[in-house]
Design a protein. Structure first.
Length: 152
């Protein structure tokens, strides 16, 4: 049995371009994703990785996978694996992440779906909790230009 898909919807007082840039521009991804930058060519089928400070130094691969969909300011979808320093069997543990952005009035509806989890994936519970913090910070960053201090 696969885990229940994780789905989050936020309305953000910002344009899709501003939300997109918060997710993909390195200075912003560092703020949202624990000091990591997102590296990829973003071509369909290409690899991507969130790389930043961690157990293996400043170039630790925290999350990696394959780009499935990339349409700037609208949608991004990819497979997701925890980095090698997290699990010995990291390549066997997978889920899919999909970001969708839609203009609603003068704001952006941001939807994240994290699904297609490998059965018994050991990161499901921690991911379920951490997405709330990351996405709350995304909303705050887009609306105020600052992020929240969670004490990390």
């Amino acid at each position: 049995m696969r885990e229940i898909p994780l789905k989050y919807e936020f309305y953000i007082k910002a344009t899709p371009e501003q939300v997109w840039n918060a997710l993909f521009v390195p200075e912003n991804t560092r703020k949202l994703f624990f000091g990591c930058v997102l590296e990829s060519t973003f071509e369909i089928g290409s690899r991507y990785a969130y790389i930043g400070p961690g157990a293996e130094g400043d170039e630790t691969v925290h999350v990696y996978g394959e780009v499935l969909t990339y349409e700037p300011y609208k949608t991004f979808s990819c497979t997701e694996h925890a980095g090698p320093s997290y699990r010995d069997n990291h390549a066997e543990l997978e889920s899919r992440m999909t970001f969708n952005l839609e203009t609603v009035g003068q704001c952006t509806k941001f939807t994240l779906i994290n699904d297609e989890w490998t059965e018994g994936h050991p990161s499901y519970d921690s991911t379920q909790n951490s997405w709330w913090m990351i996405l709350s910070n995304l909303k705050t960053l887009c609306e105020t230009g600052e992020t929240m201090d969670f004490g990390w």
